[in-house]
Design a protein around this ligand. Structure first.
Ligand code: ATP
Ligand code: MG
Length: 553
């Protein structure tokens, strides 16, 4: 069925399981907790789980692991679905919720109690910690461990009925307080939480823990390969223990892979939420955020994110990936696919004194140097136009290949011009350059043999439009902002956002569709803002600069 060689150990395992007949159809799942927006780490897990299903003709479920109602919300539930779809994946059947299995989990908890495999424990949190032992010392049995089945059933029923306060009792599995694996020291299965749930309202006041929910969710859904990150490796014995002790309809298996860590980036929903809550960024979808919605607004394409996930691969060890690799993936995509356009970020007016005042020429330019299918665009050319202030100097040495007084430069897609004089304001700032065109230089070198040194972008005052352009830099100044005892909140780059008002853009850009990406020649890749860009008031976000800093050699 699958003949391509495996790219990673999980593809290898699945291929073997299908071949040996251990499973007949691959079922994976992506199981986010709806307590924040998805980030680039989740994208790795999405590409992995949905990608495996695609490759092996299987199915992937989208399941909300919604067992902690206090931190969850319908906003997150909605955003996660939108992000998964935007990345290009469709889940099998309806969206699933762990909360829709709450009654089944409870029935299974009762089953464990009846088997003598679970008990209600009244130790408070501090006592429970003492009894738990440490990595080097075994724990001690809870004094409530030997309660009778009848008493446990009675207490569990009353926990469910809301008779006890939060924190006063928990349900625990009866496994082994001396196990070297802390997860097997009578882990908690249910806690009392008197909070409303976004899906089940006030039906429940006890909620299952991650460990008591996850494997059972997988079993209910017929998941064959339950793939999670390495920190759950030590939970696997508990995952298996529960499945062995419950009358589940199916036996899933858990596999672990190394999570994605990126330098200059935090990938923890809790920390990302803090950036949002403290107003450091404008929201979860601020283009500086490593969230899927932030990257989307920044101008990343789904294909570039999928490509990045392919490039980093899937391994059994944790590592830190250079964020330059993510930047490389989008730059590569846009270099290939983004139409070219001109934008002047720091406008300096140029008056072409030889050019008739009422004349406007329509020049045409290719939208892409090698993609004829992207067509051509019209560029009006007129007596007044704008160039970038950094592209002009009164005097300069030979290394400055732009416009200098008395010298020539080519206006991209248009004429060669020569600068004659400047106009300054009272403070001595140059406010205008007077220049003249060199005749017959569209597509030709000057006839007098004096060639221009460089090419610069420009926008005609006639037909050109003004826009807001947002320039971005990395959100953190430190390569590892949340490692060790560093406080990531103090390492935010104060210059991560620069808003340029009154940039000049070529006329066609105003009509760009939101989310359409462009290369602004000599500046970088930019995207029309998904929410704020309009034809009347254009807004562009910088996706990434032109220079590739990822060393793939
Ligand atoms: P966070 O630490 O950001 O809260 P989480 O692991 O708690 O993330 P979940 O909603 O539980 O978030 O994650 C859903 C799935 O995404 C899980 O299977 C998890 O293993 C995976 N995942 C989360 N973060 C990463 C990451 N950095 N790299 C790869 N997979 C990840
Ligand atoms: Mg989590």
């Amino acid at each position: 069925m699958e003949s391509k060689p495996a790219n990673n150990f999980l593809q290898q395992i699945v291929a073997e399981d299908l071949e040996s007949g251990r499973v007949s159809k691959l079922i994976t799942r992506f199981p986010p907790e709806p307590n924040g927006y998805l980030h680039v780490g989740h994208a790795k897990s999405i590409c992995l789980n949905f990608g495996l299903a695609q490759r092996f003709g299987g199915e992937c479920n989208l399941r909300f692991d919604d067992t902690n109602p206090e931190k969850e919300s319908p906003e997150y539930v909605a955003s996660i679905q939108e992000d998964v779809r935007w990345l290009g994946y469709e889940w099998a059947g309806e969206v699933r919720y762990a909360s829709s299995y709450f009654q089944q989990f409870y029935d299974w908890a009762v089953h464990l109690v009846e088997q003598g495999d679970a008990y209600v424990c009244d130790l408070n949190a501090e006592q429970a910690r003492e009894y738990r032992g440490t990595l080097t010392e075994p724990g001690k049995n809870s004094p409530f461990r030997e309660r009778s089945v009848e008493e446990n059933l009675d207490l569990l029923g009353r926990m469910k009925a809301g008779e006890f306060d939060e924190g006063s009792r928990v349900l625990r599995a009866k496994i082994d307080m001396a196990s070297p694996n802390m997860n097997l020291r009578d882990p908690i299965l249910y806690r009392i939480r008197k909070v409303e749930h976004h899906q089940t309202g006030n039906d429940w006041c006890i909620y299952p823990t991650y460990d008591f929910a996850h494997g059972q969710e997988d079993a209910i859904e017929g998941v064959t390969h339950s793939i999670c990150t390495l920190e759950f490796e030590d939970h696997r014995p508990l995952y298996d223990w529960l499945l062995e002790h419950l009358p589940v309809p199916h036996r899933p298996r858990q596999y672990e892979f190394g999570r994605l860590n990126l330098n200059y980036t935090v990938t923890s929903k809790r920390k990302l939420k803090q950036l949002v809550d403290d107003g450091v960024v404008s929201g979860w979808d601020d283009p500086r955020m490593p969230t899927v919605s932030g990257m989307r607004r920044r101008g990343f394409t789904p294909a570039s994110i999928r490509r990045f996930c392919e490039m980093i691969g899937v391994t059994r060890s944790d590592g830190v990936v250079d964020v330059a690799m993510l930047e490389h993936a989008i730059r590569d995509d846009l270099n290939e696919n983004a139409p070219r356009a001109m934008c002047v970020l720091r406008p300096l007016k140029v008056v072409l004194t030889d050019y008739p005042e009422d004349q406007v020429e329509q020049l045409t330019a290719a939208c892409h140097p090698s993609r004829e299918d992207l067509g051509e665009r019209q560029l009006p050319f007129s007596r007044e136009l704008y160039i970038d202030a950094e592209d002009f100097r009164e005097e300069a040495n030979k290394k400055f290949k732009r416009l200098v007084l008395g010298k020539r430069v080519r206006l991209r897609n248009a004429y060669v011009i020569e600068a004659d004089s400047v106009v300054k304001d009272e403070a001595g700032n140059i406010v205008e350059v007077h220049a003249h065109t060199i005749p017959n230089t569209i597509g030709n070198d000057p006839e007098d043999g004096v060639k221009p040194k460089g090419v610069i972008q420009w926008v005609s005052a006639a037909g050109g439009r003004q826009a807001t352009v947002r320039l971005y830099d990395r959100l953190f100044t430190d390569a590892a902002p949340d490692k060790g005892d560093k406080d990531f909140m103090t390492l935010v780059n104060p210059e991560s956002l620069t808003v340029v008002e009154g940039a000049w853009i070529e006329p066609g850009l105003a009509a760009a569709e939101p989310e359409q990406g462009f290369q602004f020649e000599r500046e970088g890749y930019f995207v029309a803002d998904r929410f704020e860009h309009t034809e009347a008031a254009p807004v562009f976000n910088m996706t990434i600069g032109l220079r590739d800093t990822w060393n793939n050699g």
